[in-house]
Design a protein around this ligand. Sequence first.
Ligand code: ADP
Ligand code: NA
Length: 332
Amino acid sequence: SFKPRIFSGIQPSGGLTLGNYLGALRRFAGFQGTGPETIYCVVDLHAITVWQDPAELSRRTREIAAAYMASGVDPEQSILFNQSQVAAHAELAWLFNCVARLGWMNRMTQFKDKAGKNSENSSLGLYAYPSLMAADILAYRATAVPVGDDQKQHVELTRDIAAKFNHDYGVEFFPQPTPLIEGTATRVMSLRDGSKKMSKSDPSDASRINLTDDADTITAKIRKARTDAEPLPGSAEGLKDRPEAKNLLNIYSALTGESIDEILGKFEGQGFGTFKPALAEIAVDVLAPITSKMSQFMADPAEIDRILGKGATRAAEIAQPVVEEAKGIMGM
Ligand code: ADP
Ligand code: NA
């Protein structure tokens, strides 16, 4: 049996969105002090699978660290660090490149979404991304991974890699980590297109709420969010085939903790002209303190660097021996 450990990561590939916050970030602090060790990472090696402006990458790396802390991750209680500062991630990823099968990678929907029609021109790193993610998790022999729904397939692949390594070498060395995907905001959708997830890498800024947006911007984006013209139904059943409406209700539910039926009980028969301002007010109330704490942390970049440096030392103390042992198992 494996020591319970929680691992999760966020890419510094753009400003954080309400989707990142509700699906992942805001859940992280809650695992602190509950038993398992908590390890949270800024995954810059994942971000560079598509070209990043170097100065922006450094700034965003600090911004993600600030967001973790602003949402309650305490660098004393958790290990908070930046991926590229711990060499074990890249080293274990190579070992896993030799364990994972091409056929497994070919099934990954995120690669297909991100590479689009021009996959021949994608980086090799974008293709191998899930193998690096498996290394992130398994370098700590983590047992649980809180993520949004879009990462479920990658955590399942991590389980397959762990199982194949154990099987190929006749060991019980790596655990099979469980994806922790919970709540009504496991997949927050774009405000412009109910069939696409809200993403920091979407070229349309109107498609998402950024954690750095001010109150007026958040209110305007919600007011302009695409919806149908029907009034709100009396229960969740009536949201079937209304993806945009459903998305806004899911966001409201995740922000308040009320069930969809409870919310619809209050808004039944009303139009979005009434619902959207109510949602905007709640979103602003929840996000404003996070935004303000983020900018307080960002005012002292040297302190963020110090915290990340200390976190990297603690992370390497766990991860490097795991990689050494994995190499030993393989005969190296
Ligand atoms: P992005 O997909 O925005 O580039 P990341 O890949 O860095 O962000 O994901 C960081 C975390 O946020 C992951 O746990 C991911 O599952 C979660 N996440 C990303 N987008 C959403 C979304 N639209 N709804 C819910 N969770 C999300
Ligand atoms: Na993602």
